[in-house]
Design a protein around this ligand. Sequence first.
Ligand code: ADP
Length: 259
Amino acid sequence: PLAPPSTQSGKRGVPGVEAIIAVASGKGGVGKSTTAVNLALGLAALGLKVGVLDADIYGPSMPKLLGIKGKPTTVDGKILKPMEKYGLKVMSMGFLVEEESPMIWRGPMVMSALTQMLREVEWGALDVLVVDMPPGTGDAQLTMAQQVPLAGAVIVSTPQDLALIDARKGLNMFRKVDVPLLGIVENMSYFVAPDTGRRYDIFGHGGAKAEAERLGVPFLGEVPIEMSIRENSDAGTPVVVADPNGPIAAVYRDVAARV
Ligand code: ADP
């Protein structure tokens, strides 16, 4: 049986879903989706029932990241059944439109698509729904932050100052709408050359940790830039699935445990 929808300052929850967590970044390309999917798999590895909502309407990445093909079926012609992979329930705009057709929607359509993917999907009983947010701080982000009782937000940033300035914007948006900040993950934190073992701080290092301390937000962990992360993502087998006993999977499990 579905649990009653949780309520938080008048926001309507999703029936059966205990906690909704947003994974956000101030700009694109910092590894937000990679973090979201591996965090979700890390949470599942802790024994939780986990769903992933790909809220990046203009650039959905979950179909590729999880190697999911095909279209979701409906229950009674309306409610969508989420796709399932690696124990996760997944919904993405990428399942509903052709891969190469551009999304030429304006804000209100994006917002209604988002609420549909959230509420007109048979999520069933979930401990956590991880929402891969679109990058930035536009309409879609505000819709999610204002209409959904978010248990909290995880901010992904590279160590670079510029990314951090963007990340700070994202962070402040959640603060403004009273969504708790679960913490910051530093992605592409450093690089260890596989042949020499030498470490390089390509984008600088530690910027996110320093910023987290300054802002009084938990620092959740640092993920190196590593070829296997990109390769596994491209192959539809995220690193937590491809190498569950490896060091990167351990980092994501730690992040999941801290969240
Ligand atoms: P975003 O969601 O912020 O746009 P993605 O998660 O799609 O970013 O990542 C952008 C690209 O960088 C992808 O090709 C992804 O595989 C790669 N990538 C992300 N994080 C890492 C990492 N730690 N090491 C290597 N490649 C990474």
